[in-house]
Design a protein around this ligand. Sequence first.
Ligand code: PGA
Length: 253
Amino acid sequence: MRRPMVAGNWKMHGSEAANSALLSELQMRLQSQWPIDVAVFPPFVYLADVVRRLRGDAMLVGAQDVCAEAAGAFTGEVAASMLRDVGCTLVIVGHSERRRRYHEDDALVARKFGAALAAGLTPVLCVGETIEEREAERTEEVIARQLDAVLAMHSIEAFERAILAYEPVWAIGTGRNATPAQAQAVHAFLRRRLSDQNAMIGGQTRILYGGSVKASNAAELFAMADVDGGLVGGAALVADEFYQICAAAAARH
Ligand code: PGA
């Protein structure tokens, strides 16, 4: 059985005061016996503090990005080993905002995925199509290309320690989520693609849905057979919304 996960991507939001208020409320309300993983992804500068604050709590902490290189003269970058050093266990790679705004291509994303694994972090690999690609019926072609770049560089076995996230670009931050049926169709496609190479790994890999997940649509999205939870942006900054999304994931079983 795949353990559901709800991951809160804070993007470039937060402050010491706001983070503290958000985490205190979540710590009070999230139930430790819920059979789900809950993770938060604050900006780099807050990671160590958030890890300290959550010590002894089940909530996991991850970074939103990582450098593909292990160490060296890369001004402004953060290495996977450093994320691990301060207590992160997860890192997002290939978020569409990184791909589009910072021109990260499939090969760079695949290298970041490898850097994460090499440092003992669990990569959360994001894939997703633009609205133009969906309308041209190229969704499967695009996400297959994004996934295959990672499979080609790291092989299927790498997915024993990785998480996938389907995030249609047109659904991110727009308030317009994929319908449960649209999400399920793509998640099933991704799982088949993994299973074609290794049925056990395909069956075990968690595939999160991201793109305008909120309290009001989480339950119907998480009810889909191949949707193992959510990667949540805007709603992750509002304690009650995020709490209710976690509750929807917990109620899935
Ligand atoms: P959103 O963002 O929930 O605000 O649409 C999701 C994401 O980008 O991970």
